[in-house]
Design a protein around this ligand. Structure first.
Ligand code: ATP
Length: 257
């Protein structure tokens, strides 16, 4: 049975400083099901990161309510993992120690949780680098270590804010496959923010297209099963992939509006 994991109910957020008020997002309504992968695309400044920060409990929306498992989000919670463009690994800690940092901060470091972190490092092909330091790893390996750190705390929800954008194309495609397969295997619910339309189509069940001034939902695109059930790398070869690409491209092309 489909259960709703995340609910955004009429979310509006206004950034206020000493000279002005800026309505970043207005009346955002969105339900995300357990295990669903939703991407958000839209022009720069339309409020994608603001939405993620509100779901993460880092930002309190000016109006509206956010629920996870029907419980209102008022502060950051271990249920929600956040992965960003920069890996934020600590250079003085080994990869294993970096992977365990969230557990340490939450005072959940036990033999069992350490073993789980080690298991995830193995899954990500990093077991033999566990005693290395971040500076000894490539960008793709570092981002995989950041993913282990995020998953080690066993969040139900993953918020991914352009996590592959700093990687070279080959590593980006490899990591898309790995993240997609890992999240499916662990039945995680994910929201990805990306400027890469092909990445959004290849990884998602559903894509939310946003509009600017103020940020709002313009359209929703449901990804057909043939694409959804294929790993991201091969999804690009599925018939109909580029029809969806062109549709989204057109929606985002401000010159044509
Ligand atoms: N701390 C802040 N104070 C004031 N305004 C802010 C703040 N953070 C973001 N904004 C404004 O809110 C709007 C939405 O910003 P946000 O970063 O959420 O957009 P975005 O869609 O993620 O952008 P990008 O694609 O460029 O990363 C923008 O107009 C931005 O300038």
């Amino acid at each position: 049975m489909d259960t709703t994991k995340i609910q955004l109910q009429n979310i509006t957020h206004v950034y206020v400083n000493s000279t002005e008020a800026n309505t970043a997002i207005e009346n955002i309504n969105l339900d995300v099901k357990t295990g669903e992968f939703v991407s958000i695309v839209g022009p720069s400044g339309c409020g994608k990161s603001t939405i993620l920060s509100c779901i993460a409990g880092l930002l309190k929306p000016t109006c509206g309510k956010i629920l996870i498992d029907n419980i209102a989000i008022t502060k950051p919670s271990s249920k929600v993992g956040y992965m960003l463009q920069s890996d934020y690994l600590f250079d003085w800690r080994t990869i294993f120690k970096n992977a365990c940092i969230g557990l340490e901060v939450m005072k959940q470091l036990t033999k069992e949780t350490e073993e789980y972190a080690l298991h995830l490092l193995k899954e990500m092909g990093l077991a033999k680098y566990k005693d290395h330091y971040p500076s000894q790893l490539s960008g793709g390996m570092r981002q995989r270590a950041a993913l282990v750190r995020t998953l080690a705390a066993k969040p139900d929800v993953l918020l991914l804010d352009e996590p592959f954008s700093a990687l070279d194309y080959q590593n980006k495609l490899k990591l898309e496959d790995l993240v997609s397969m890992t999240l499916k295997k662990h039945n995680k619910t994910a929201i990805l923010v990306t400027h890469d339309i092909a990445e959004a189509i290849a990884m998602s069940d559903r894509i939310i297209i946003m509009d600017n001034y103020p940020g709002k939902i313009k359209e929703t695109v449901i990804i057909p099963d043939e694409i959804r059930n294929t790993v991201p790398f091969s999804a690009r070869e599925v018939e109909g992939f580029y029809d969806i690409f062109h549709k989204i491209w057109k929606e985002l092309d401000v010159d044509e509006q």
